[in-house]
Design a binder for this molecule. Structure first.
Ligand SMILES: Nc1ncnc2c1ncn2[C@@H]1O[C@H](COP(=O)(O)OP(=O)(O)O)[C@@H](O)[C@H]1O
Ligand SMILES: [Mg+2]
Length: 252
């Protein structure tokens, strides 16, 4: 579903992605882990057609990026740090705008479904600029799944959400995965990721340095797997500054 070969992304003279290889089969749920500054957001933005590769090949659902970005975009549901919503429209109007863009039929019904899914149905007629950051994030998640996309790309989607909203998001992700959709998500929360993803990839110094299937890794081995992958590729930084935060008591 996603094929990336020798991807390089430079900002000026600085190479952030350095020959990254990455393949995702249809229906996989891949969590991308990595220290701050590893290039996770840069990588996801390229997959999301929001940024162009400097070198290398990227294709999604058989369409090459950046050349066939429009075809790819229709198949994607994206959540990034920016909610990309219209503040002067209501929650409902925002979804209607995107739904029309995607040419969805039975739109009113789908909008109501999605608003309930993300817990905003009661607030559907309120202007988005009156929403808290967490509520905007909820709506951004709703917008991303509105057209039931084949591929979900979520960058740190739990960030800024309260416990309720995190559970809602996990539900949405489980539903999406159960429908056989493909998910690529970055996260700082190893515990949440360990319960959701089917595969864990570690991005460090601009390449994927390790990959493990959930079936091969017990939840209590994930932190050790992550640490070892980062440390091996960061011999000068054994302090692991910026490692994903653990939450709860499940991890050692
Ligand atoms: N638009 C940009 N211009 C210059 N440098 C950038 C830009 N975007 C990201 N970077 C740099 O790329 C590196 C990786 O950033 P990012 O992809 O945001 O990392 P992560 O999401 O893993 O924390 C950082 O050093 C960051 O400063
Ligand atoms: Mg990031």
């Amino acid at each position: 579903m996603i094929v990336v070969r020798k991807l390089v992304k430079r900002f000026g003279l600085k190479s952030v992605l350095r020959g990254l290889d990455f393949t995702v089969q249809s229906g996989e749920f891949v969590a991308i882990l990595g220290p701050n500054g590893a290039g996770k957001t840069t990588f996801l933005r390229i997959l999301a057609t929001l940024s162009k590769p400097s070198l290398g090949e990227v294709s999604i659902a058989g369409f090459a990026l950046p050349a066939q970005a429009a075809a790819v975009r229709r198949r994607l549901g994206v959540v990034t740090h920016l909610p990309l919503l219209y503040g002067d429209l209501t929650a409902e109007e925002n979804l209607r705008f995107y739904g029309r863009l995607y040419g969805l039929t039975a739109l009113n019904q789908r909008i109501a479904e999605v608003l309930k899914l993300v817990g905003l149905y009661e607030r559907r007629a309120d202007l988005v600029r009156t929403f808290s950051r967490g509520m905007q994030q909820r709506l951004a998640i709703g917008r991303a799944v509105l057209h039931d996309p084949e591929v979900i790309l979520f960058d740190e989607p739990h960030t800024g959400l309260d416990q309720d909203a995190c559970s809602m998001l996990d539900n949405v992700l489980r539903q999406v995965a159960a429908r056989g959709r493909t998910v690529v998500m970055t996260s700082h929360d190893l515990m949440r990721v360990s319960e959701l993803a089917s595969r864990f990839d570690v991005l460090s110094n601009g390449v994927i340095v390790a990959s493990a299937q959930r079936a091969q890794l017990a939840p209590d081995q994930l932190l050790a797997f992550y640490r070892q992958a980062v440390q091996q590729n960061n011999p000068l930084n054994p302090s692991l500054e910026g490692e994903p935060q653990k939450e709860g008591n499940d991890l050692p």
